[in-house]
Design a protein around this ligand. Structure first.
Ligand code: AMP
Ligand code: GLY
Length: 428
């Protein structure tokens, strides 16, 4: 198969690495990709929202499978656009439809979907400028902390956990009246705060059958011990020690099955990944959010752990045999430690020279996935984002795996490089 992978982060580097191993993969193109993906295929300069150019590329290069990494093209309808192209009607598209992508694209849509399908989630209410005063009254009477969420996509910045009523009122005003996130915050979901431990579960579905392909816990805060600002994710562990059969059974029965059934009931076309952001509250799973794609850096830890051929799974998803797939996991514990630029998640410099990676000594079960890197005009590898590189390793314990990751990081350097050295700390 000729495959086109869309995206340019650590997630896409891990996907390129994994898909290129498949005997189904003949040519792999990554658009736009990064220096890490270039090791597994051909990077092509396409813009993710230029659907016309993507379509033409697929036709010209006889692409048989498209895998969409990030959420924006999904929410903007890339599935529907490509599916409606006569020349591409047999192409496998690993992506939910625009209508189904609303599970990520609109928090209010996702909450209504969960309520309708009896899927455990935090109690909520939604407000716009039209019932703004009711919203203020609602907030003043709400128990603390209060979770406020911009309805639409806000690049991971649309959720604020407010510790006081005055803060909640300010954030509410900022989002709705001052349009902090433009249209994305013209509607706001106000939610009860759930106390517990977060974990993410990844499901591949054709909208009827499904397979769980992994789970992970990610570390969102910049500082050690889960302190400081939220980031896109500073590291991950998989498997997560509390994800035993009893808990997974609850996730399956109370969350995954009703989610898939709900997609069917509403005729939502789905051929791709469902990312379930869950909270384990005293042994009971609740949905915090749905995403309609794989996570970053979760992908960098779940794919090395997954033994099953991913392209075969995509083919099975497409031809209705997903139910028969055999999901196998590698033994041991996998962890990812993310190396980030100085200043991240605030302002940071780009184009900072990264030391030679070719000389890094590591085992076959360790990987360096590029996230925000590029090759500059002088042919040097330099930083090109806040999250620069994801280091994934396997060990007999979480601690051993993280130690291997840190050993690799001790051989890599760029000015101001920072990483959390305590990934998985609560499981030691
Ligand atoms: P989201 O953008 O929906 O992933 O939310 C960002 C983060 O906010 C989540 O990963 C949680 O850590 C936190 N969060 C969101 N909703 C809740 C909630 N209802 N209770 C507690 N924490 C939450
Ligand atoms: N790591 C969280 C996300 O990909 O949304």
């Amino acid at each position: 198969m000729n495959i086109l992978l869309l995206g340019s982060g650590g997630r896409e580097n891990a996907l390129a690495w994994k898909m290129q191993q498949s005997h189904h993969c003949s040519q792999l193109f990554i658009a736009p990709g990064n220096p890490g993906t270039a090791a597994y295929g051909t990077n092509v300069a396409l813009t993710l929202l230029d659907f016309e150019a993507i379509k033409q590329f697929c036709i010209d290069n006889k692409i048989q499978l498209v895998m969409v990494g990030p959420e924006e093209p999904l929410v903007k309808g890339i599935y529907d656009f490509l599916k409606n192209t006569e020349e591409l009607k047999n192409m496998v598209i690993v992506a939910p439809s625009a209508a189904a992508s609303q599970l990520e694209g609109s928090k209010a849509f996702a909450k209504e979907f969960m309520q309708k399908n009896n899927i455990p989630t935090a109690a909520y209410a939604e407000f716009t400028i039209d019932n703004y005063e009711d919203g203020r009254t609602y907030l003043q009477q709400h128990s603390l902390p209060i979770v406020l969420k911009a309805d639409g996509l806000a690049a991971g910045k649309g959720v604020v956990i407010c510790e006081s009523h005055s803060q909640a009122l300010d954030v509410f005003e900022e989002m709705i009246v001052n349009k902090q996130f433009g249209n994305a915050s013209s509607k706001v979901v106000v939610e009860e705060f759930l106390q517990g431990i977060e974990v993410s579960v990844f499901v591949l579905t054709d909208g009827k059958d499904y397979q769980i392909i992994g789970h992970a816990k990610d570390y969102k805060r910049i500082g050690e011990g889960d302190t400081g600002l939220n980031t896109g994710g500073m590291g991950c562990v998989s498997p997560v020690p509390f994800m035993n059969d009893v808990f997974m059974q609850k996730v399956d029965e109370k969350i995954i099955k009703p989610t898939i059934q709900g997609l069917q009931n509403d005729h939502l076309i789905y051929n791709g990944f469902v990312f379930l952001g869950l909270m384990n509250c005293n042994g009971q799973p609740y949905v915090i959010e749905y995403n309609c794609r794989l996570g970053d850096p979760e992908t960098e830890v779940i794919l090395p752990r997954l033994e099953t051929d991913l392209v075969s799974l995509f083919a099975a998803m497409d031809n209705g045999t997903l139910i028969d797939a055999n999901i196998e996991y590698n033994e041991g514990f996998f962890t990812t430690v993310m190396a980030v630029s100085a200043g991240y998640p605030g302002d940071y410099k780009k184009n900072v020279l990264i030391s030679q990676l070719a000389n890094v000594s590591m085992e076959k079960t360790s990987f360096i996935f590029h996230a925000g890197t590029k090759i500059d005009a002088e042919n040097n590898l330099v930083t090109n984002g806040g999250r620069v590189m994801a280091i994934t390793s396997q060990g007999n314990s979480i601690k051993e795996s993280v130690e291997k990751g840190k050993q690799i990081l001790s051989q890599i350097n760029f000015e101001g490089m920072y990483f959390r050295s305590d990934i998985g700390y609560e499981f030691e």
